[in-house]
Design a protein around this ligand. Structure first.
Ligand code: NIG
Ligand code: FE
Length: 406
């Protein structure tokens, strides 16, 4: 017998076929936290369900997946933002010891418990907008103890909040102050000590790096990738955000899950990504917040068949944004995605960017019952409204937010 049968709803399965993979007048059966059956209500086998829930014509989509965030951090950078409003650039602030390094100081000073508390609040905000999976990066500790503290804190967010957490180790985010004159020393620490320890303790699913003129070179990122892969970890890269360093091609060469940002991506980078099946993760809120003008080459990515995912990049420096639905709108208004591409970018393609496409990202039998139920009359509304309260309910692993905790 099914646990739950959802009726009187429409489903945007995002699984192909019709636009949005739409099924009008749908039924969705849930059993043991998974989707047991989904289809048109008239085709529904007469399985019995312990609970039948009528959704008043709401739309059901896969739970949203935010596949690129820096949700765990200490402090904030509102003051730097004020300086930027008076003309200082992100790069100049970073070079003067601010930027990422100021968040490193604040994060090192924070207890693990306090990091869990502040990040959980941000994660909770995201769940109220339909998010059921969030990726969280380290990268503000930059020594073994503090990177591990961040990754443990990220896991604990998933114990406190009804959300799946995927973790990425981002030791190669910035050169810490104590290694200012010893780049090689810091690379050795990442590759010979941090990655082995994090791999051994299973503290991360993936390894990321920031490949940029103000951060790490492609050679350095390549070394990080080799160490990660030697320890069985998948890789991804912050690439081509502020300049074209060839990061995307490097990521593709290593079979990376994704290359992220990509405003300055070249034709050859696109070709390499297409060939390797690397997902392009676009981050329109960082583009917006930095008031960038150069857009990622969306039309060329589309032509080359590179799948596009969309994420918030929530972080204190370039995207203090905990509003995934607004980011869907930005993907359309700033980067010219269609509303359907934007929604696919935060569901099906985001799942692929995390290597979780077998488990989440579409509404299909067998996948985890991670669903968002929306007060909308057509799916394009998800990217259309700005700041509306659209979520009617959310199911995480088959459990409704409206159910009392066991
Ligand atoms: O994704 N690009 C590098 N990392 C972050 C910014 C982090 C920060 O400024 O604190 C990003 O934009
Ligand atoms: Fe980022």
């Amino acid at each position: 017998m099914w646990d739950i049968l959802l009726r009187d709803c429409h489903a945007a399965t995002m699984a192909g076929g019709e636009p949005y993979g739409a099924i009008r007048d749908a039924a969705i059966a849930i059993e043991n936290g998974r989707i047991a059956w989904i289809g048109a209500v008239r085709d529904c086998p007469r399985g019995e369900a312990r609970h039948v829930r009528r959704l008043d014509g709401a739309w059901v989509t896969p739970g949203l997946i935010d596949c690129h965030t820096h949700l765990v951090f200490g402090g904030n950078r509102a003051h730097e933002w004020e300086m930027r409003r008076q003309g200082a650039t992100y790069e100049a602030i970073a070079q003067a010891g601010g930027g990422i390094l100021s968040t490193v100081r604040a994060t090192r000073a924070e207890s693990e418990d306090r990091l869990v508390e502040t990040a959980s609040r941000r994660a909770q905000t995201m769940t109220r907008q339909g998010v059921t999976t969030v990726e969280i990066k380290s990268g503000y500790g930059l020594d073994l103890e503090n990177e591990m503290k961040m990754l443990r804190a990220a896991a604990r967010v998933g114990e406190r909040v009804a959300v799946r957490v995927s973790r990425s180790f981002l030791g190669a985010h910035a050169l810490p102050a104590e290694f200012k004159h010893d780049r090689k020393g810091y690379m050795d620490l990442i590759c010979d000590a941090m990655i082995p320890a994090i791999g051994h303790c299973r503290l991360a699913d993936s390894v990321d790096a920031f490949c940029e003129t103000i951060a790490f070179t492609p050679d350095e990122a390549g070394r990080v990738f080799a160490a990660a892969q030697a320890h069985g970890l998948t890789v991804k890269l912050h690439a081509e955000q502020l300049s074209d360093c060839g990061g995307a091609a490097l990521a593709a060469k290593h079979g990376a899950l994704s290359a992220d940002h990509l405003e300055h991506l070249s034709e050859s980078g696109i070709a390499a990504m297409a060939q390797a099946g690397t997902i392009a993760v676009l981050l329109p809120a960082a583009f917006y917040f930095l008031r960038e003008t150069r857009k990622p080459p969306v039309a060329a990515l589309r032509r080359a068949g590179v799948p596009i995912a969309i994420a918030t990049d929530c972080n204190p420096g370039t995207s203090p944004v905990v509003a995934p639905l607004i980011v869907l709108n930005m993907a359309c208004t700033l980067f010219d995605l269609t509303p359907e591409e934007a929604l696919a970018g935060m569901t099906r393609q985001a799942a692929r960017a995390l290597g979780l496409e077998g488990e989440i990202g579409t509404l299909e039998a067998g996948k985890s019952a991670d669903l968002a139920v929306w007060h909308i009359s057509e799916p394009a509304e998800l990217a259309y409204w700005i700041g509306a309260d659209l979520l009617a309910d959310r199911y995480f692993q088959g459990r409704s937010d409206k159910e009392k905790p066991a």
